[in-house]
Design a protein around this ligand. Structure first.
Ligand SMILES: NC(=O)c1ccc[n+]([C@@H]2O[C@H](COP(=O)([O-])OP(=O)(O)OC[C@H]3O[C@@H](n4cnc5c(N)ncnc54)[C@H](OP(=O)(O)O)[C@@H]3O)[C@@H](O)[C@H]2O)c1
Length: 308
């Protein structure tokens, strides 16, 4: 089959690769759409040449899982490949714990933008526990994960603030009229029960100073290149606060959690309450250009990659 695989010079190229290997709980999907996300940039940077990237998968099941779990052949589905990737290919193997049918009215593009980013946003918010009335700060709020995290926190009844990189970026979030935004240079004038950090580095270091007593800082990302440092006397100034690491794969295989969450994301998007803000879709031949634009931080919203 054909797939986009990593090259030595830090990009991707169309090549011929063997059909995916599958475990007994994995089904085979004929892929029609995936996404270009920052996670793909990380995969390309840290993988040897020849690896298939792509974390999100939308398509039709062509072969069911051998153990009988998951959607039947012929079902239109969306799923998350987990960190091993494999979505930028004609066919992808998906574990049945991370794949769900797509409602008829949800487009391929919308569905493709949900699995990886939506599971990450939900996992980050879950770190804060009960969110009704909580004060939540999301850093990297203009990103694909950030846009879903602010909306999901709002739906959960939190007072949500999005941290953006510059005042010019506010426009990208204009449809969320309930959202307060701040930049790293602003005085926020408050503290937060939960901080979902999608940037890392200096942004995380500064955000840690904004956590309330007994609050939680959920670290999900290393988007910025530099290493974060813990603010001076953080433990004494922010009593009971916790810094926790969060991955969207954590616990998703247990007791149907991954499936429940993917179903929730699909339902919220189908009913118009969650918008992954897909701003364009491009053929997979344009993937190198998309990746370059993503690394230069030129994209506004999530880009979908169409697999022919
Ligand atoms: N832990 C997990 O399970 C998990 C799962 C999914 C994703 N992630 C990680 O989450 C992060 C966000 O993913 P994404 O797909 O939302 O990425 P994205 O769409 O590229 O968004 C990145 C966000 O970070 C901001 N940003 C980038 N570099 C920055 C810097 N140096 N200083 C301040 N802000 C900066 C961007 O602001 P601009 O508007 O200025 O560009 C944008 O808001 C990535 O690092 C990704 O790997 C983690």
């Amino acid at each position: 089959m054909r797939a986009l695989t990593t090259t030595k010079d830090g990009s991707v190229e169309l090549t011929h690769v063997p059909e995916p290997d599958r475990t007994s709980s994995e089904l085979l999907v004929q892929v029609s759409a995936s996404t270009a996300s920052r996670g793909d940039l990380h995969s390309i940077r840290f993988s040897p040449p020849g690896r298939i990237v792509g974390l999100d998968v939308v398509g039709v099941v062509t072969e069911e899982a051998a153990d009988g779990t998951g959607p039947a052949a012929g079902t239109r589905v969306m799923g998350y490949t987990s960190t091993r990737g494999g979505g930028w290919a004609e066919r992808a193997a998906l574990d049945s714990s991370l794949v769900v049918p797509i409602p008829d009215t949800l487009s391929d593009e919308m569905a493709a933008a949900l699995p990886n980013s939506g599971l990450a946003a939900l996992a980050g918010l879950e770190a804060g526990g009960f969110l009704l009335g909580a004060r939540v700060l999301v850093t990297g709020a203009t990103g694909g994960v950030g846009r879903l995290a602010v909306q999901l926190a709002h739906l959960a009844g939190a007072h949500v603030t999005g941290l953006i990189s510059s005042p010019e970026r506010r426009e990208q979030l204009h449809t969320f009229d309930w959202l307060s935004t701040v930049t790293t240079d602003d005085e926020t004038g408050g503290s937060f029960d939960l901080i979902v950090d999608l940037v890392g580095g200096e942004v995380l270091s500064r955000a840690m100073s904004l956590v309330a007593e007994n609050g939680v800082v959920a670290s999900l990302a290393q988007t910025a290149p530099e290493t974060a440092s813990v603010p001076f006397f953080w433990f004494a100034m922010h009593r009971g606060a916790r810094l926790v690491s969060v991955n969207n794969t954590d616990g998703q295989h247990e007791a149907g959690r991954g499936v429940q969450r993917l179903e929730l994301l699909a339902h919220l998007a189908e009913s118009g309450r969650l918008d992954p803000q897909v701003t364009g879709a491009a053929s997979w031949e344009e993937a190198p250009r998309l990746l370059a634009a993503l690394s230069r931080r030129e994209l506004d919203g999530r880009m979908v990659v169409r697999i022919p």
